[in-house]
Ligand binder design. Sequence first.
Ligand code: GDP
Length: 359
Amino acid sequence: GGAEYLFGIEESLKELAQLADTAGLMVVGSTHQKLNSPNPRTYIGSGKVAEIKSAIHALGVETVIFDDELSAGQLRNLEKAFGGDVRVCDRTALILDIFNQRAATHEAALQVALAQMEYQLPRLTKMWSHLERQAGGQVKGMGEKQIEVDKRILRTQIGVLKKELESVRKHRKQYRNRRVSVPVPVVSLVGYTNAGKSTLLNRLTGATVLAEDRLFATLDPTTRRVQMKNGGEFLLTDTVGFIQKLPTTLVAAFRATLEEISESSLLVHVVDISHPLAEQQIEAVDKVLSELDVSSIPKLMIWNKVDKVCDPQKVKLEAQKREDVVCISALSGNGLDEFCSAVQEKLKDSMVWVEALVP
Ligand code: GDP
């Protein structure tokens, strides 16, 4: 990995294991190696390849997942080296798999399909070079021709998908414009995956949105109306969970969904304060947010899961010292009234701001 990563190797691998679990795989082990630069042929060194190969046989491993993106050549060489039916994939392919399993709306499914095809395009070599080898060189060049044909087909499919996506988005935008004309403020929940966004949404609205202790439980934005005790109301939207090393193809794929954030009246950043890497997760989310046009939107930070920290009192004191931080437990409901008041206070500010713009 490069130096720009916020997470250490062990932590990143732990998260990768959690992603694998989310995808329905059982993790039997992990390993890492420090190299000055990745091996261009196999990413890891030959000794490590041999080590993993023997572990594969000893443990009956079916899939080997790498935490960084691999090139087409590296994927092919590693699969050849490990032999048998061992599947080699990288973090990006794994995340794409999860997104694919979990896309619930037509738009999300289209976005994932598009991202998967764009990921495949430069890697379309494997199958045909296998065939060429089997044919014993008699049809040399056939594989290459076939790859070109396949790439052309894939590019055509990508074009079709893009058009379809465009029309789905246009439709959604029309719907959204109608929503904007209703004077109900929109509050967007953002945060690292597993921070507790769905749980908070459920708590506040009585809706049953899938809340699981897994990464990426939420893929499609869900919007619910929240009625407050004093009669006020707002729309609460749950967005896709962020994660470190989110593949660029996916950031692009979900950009349109994320851009909806820029139309909200308030951003609520939900943090799992009980997580040992809470600081790094905050940074990872801020990084994605900085790439969107949201600097003018008021923000509120929620330190969630206070019930899980060993010294809740200390955490609460720390939160009080900061501006715009509210401690809650979405699970027990602790602090929700305070949260609602804080939202209302913030919305008051943003309404003033809107009125100032529209004389
Ligand atoms: P999301 O990915 O941000 O939507 O996170 P979820 O709402 O799916 O929550 C992830 C996990 O954290 C679930 O197992 C929740 O039950 C758990 N969780 C959420 N809020 C709290 C909380 O306040 N306290 C505790 N202990 N667990 C929580």
